[in-house]
Design a protein around this ligand. Structure first.
Ligand code: CAO
Length: 420
C-alpha cells in the first residue's frame, strides 16, 4: 500500500522543476502519466546525451516510476483526449511558459468546468507582477530569489550554487502544495489551483539571509568573517564565503592533501557547547578560560584567528580523520565529499538514497533515490519510461477507448506511433 495509491496525475511537466515534483508523487504511489509531444517528448530526453540514441541521464534521473503518453494537445482529437484525461485525473501538474496552457485552450476556468475536483498545480518563474510573463531557468531564479547576491566571497562576484534550488527546490515546494490540496479536497470535495514561483521558492530557502538583512539595522553582523576583518557592512546582506549562517560559527578548513585534492577540506563548527573540547583537540587548552576566548560573544571578533589555528590542526589530518577525532566529542564537522565519493558510498545504497537502475537503452546507471524514508511504505525506484511507451495502455485502460477508437485517434495524428 502506497500513500498516494489511486491518485492519477496528468503530468504535463518538462525539464527539471516540474519533473522533480511529479517524480516524488510517483514515488509516493501516484500513477503519474507524463504527457509528451509526439515524436519529441520532454526536451531533456535529448539534452546532455552521453549514450548516443538513448534517453539522457538528465531525463532518466528526473522521471522514474512514471508512464509516458504521446499526445498532441494542439490537435483537435488530441484536445478531446486531453479533456478525457482531465476528467479522469486528480491532479494536473505543469511548468510551461506563462500562458501556454491557456493558448492550448485549457485555462484554469475550463479545467474546473471539466472536473471541479481537479487540482491544477503550476510552476512559473515569477508570481503575479511585472515579471509574470518571463520564461525562467534555474540560475535566473537563484539570482532573483536573493541566493546569488548572498553566495560567494566578499571580494568576488555573486555565485550560483550547484544545488538546484530554483528547479528541484521549487518542485519540492509544489509537491507539498499538491499533497496539501489533496488533503483539503478530502474535506471540501473541491479541487484548487496551486502555484509555486521559482523566485519565491528560492527566497524561502534563503530566508535566513532576509533575517540578516533586517539585523543590519541593529549594527554589523558579528558572526560574519567581515566583522573580524574590520570591513564595514553596506546596507544589504553581504556574501559570507563559507561562514556558517547560524549562531554557531563555522568555516571550511583545509585538511591533509589539500594541495593536490580539491576536496581535501572539512567544515568545522565551533558550537558553544563543545568549545572546551575544541580547545583540547587543537592543543589550546588555555583558550577555555582566557579573556577574549571563553564566551561566544568575546570570540566573535577573533573568529578568523581561531579558525586559522584550528586549520593548522585539520591540515595534519585527512577529512575523515578529522571526523573520527571530532565525532566522539560531539564537535560538528563534515567532510567535503566529491560526487565520486558519494557515488562510491555503499552506505547510501543500503538506505536507498543512491540506487542502481537498469534501462533498456542505456544499461545500468546510478541515480539518487527517494530522499524521504517512510516506516510504512517502501519506495522502489523504477526506470523512466521511453517516449510514448504507455500511450496505448493509457488510452484503453485509463480512458476506456475501444480498439477502433484508438485506431482513429492514431490516424488523426493526435498521438505518436503506437507501441505494441
Ligand atoms: N502538444 C503540443 N504542444 C505542446 C505540447 C504537446 N504535448 N507540450 C508542449 N507544447 C507546446 C506548448 O504549448 C508551447 O507552445 P506555445 O508557445 O505555442 O504556447 C510550446 O510547446 C513550448 O512550451 P514552453 O514555452 O513551455 O517551452 P520552452 O522550451 O520555450 O520554455 C521554459 C521552457 C522552462 C523556459 C518554460 O517552460 C518556462 O518558463 N516554464 C516555467 C518555469 C520553469 O519551470 N522553469 C524551469 C524549467 S527547468 O530548468
Amino acid at each position: 500500500m502506497k500513500a498516494l495509491e489511486g491518485i492519477k496525475i496528468l503530468d504535463f511537466t518538462h525539464v527539471q522543476s516540474g519533473p522533480t515534483c511529479t517524480q516524488l508523487l510517483a514515488w509516493f504511489g501516484a500513477d503519474v502519466i507524463k504527457v509528451e509531444r509526439p515524436g519529441v517528448g520532454d526536451a531533456t530526453r535529448k539534452q546532455l546525451v552521453d549514450v548516443p540514441g538513448a534517453d539522457s541521464l538528465y531525463f532518466t534521473m528526473l522521471n522514474h516510476n512514471k508512464r509516458s503518453m504521446e499526445l498532441n494537445s494542439k490537435n483537435e482529437t488530441g484536445k478531446a483526449v486531453l479533456t478525457r484525461m482531465i476528467e479522469e485525473c486528480d491532479v494536473l501538474v505543469e511548468n510551461f511558459a506563462p500562458g501556454a496552457l491557456d493558448r492550448m485552450g485549457f485555462s484554469w476556468e475550463r479545467i474546473q468546468e471539466i472536473n471541479p475536483r481537479m487540482i491544477m498545480a503550476s510552476i512559473k518563474g515569477f508570481g503575479p507582477g511585472k515579471y509574470q510573463d518571463c520564461k525562467v531557468y534555474e540560475n535566473v531564479a537563484q539570482c532573483a530569489g536573493g541566493s546569488a547576491s548572498t553566495t560567494g566571497f566578499l571580494d568576488g562576484p555573486p555565485l550560483v550554487t550547484g544545488a538546484q534550488i530554483g528547479d528541484s527546490g521549487t518542485g519540492l515546494h509544489l509537491c507539498l502544495g499538491i499533497v496539501t490540496a489533496l488533503f483539503q479536497r478530502e474535506k471540501t470535495g473541491r479541487g484548487q489551483k496551486v502555484s509555486a514561483a521559482m523566485q519565491d521558492a528560492v527566497l524561502n530557502l534563503a530566508r535566513v539571509k532576509m533575517r540578516d538583512q533586517q539585523r543590519l539595522d541593529a549594527g554589523p553582523l558579528k558572526e560574519y568573517s567581515q566583522f573580524g576583518e574590520g570591513i564595514p557592512f553596506s546596507d544589504a546582506t553581504p556574501r559570507a564565503g563559507n561562514d556558517s549562517g547560524g549562531g554557531q560559527p563555522g568555516r571550511i578548513l583545509k585538511c591533509k592533501g589539500w594541495e593536490t585534492d580539491p576536496n581535501a577540506y572539512t567544515y568545522f563548527i565551533i558550537q558553544a557547547a563543545v568549545w572546551e573540547k575544541v580547545c583540547d583537540v587543537i592543543g589550546e587548552p588555555d583558550w577555555k578560560t582566557a579573556e577574549g576566548y571563553a564566551s561566544p560573544p568575546e570570540r566573535l571578533d577573533k573568529l578568523n584567528q581561531i579558525f586559522e589555528r584550528i586549520e593548522e590542526w585539520t591540515m595534519t589530518k585527512t577529512k575523515f580523520e578529522v571526523m573520527d577525532a571530532c565525532n566522539p566529542l560531539d564537535i560538528p564537522v563534515g567532510p567535503i565529499l566529491s560526487m565520486k565519493e558519494i557515488a562510491e558510498d555503499d552506505g547510501l545504497y543500503a538506505t536507498g538514497t543512491m540506487v542502481k537502475v537498469d534501462h533498456p537503452e542505456r544499461g545500468e546507471y546510478l541515480s539518487v533515490g527517494c530522499p524521504i524514508k517512510f516506516s510504512d511504505m517502501e519506495v522502489a525506484v523504477e526506470r523512466s519510461p521511453l517516449l510514448g511507451e504507455h500511450t496505448s495502455e493509457i488510452l484503453s485502460q485509463v480512458l476506456g477507448y475501444s480498439e477502433d477508437e484508438i485506431k482513429e485517434i492514431a490516424a488523426s495524428g493526435a498521438v505518436g506511433e503506437l507501441k505494441a
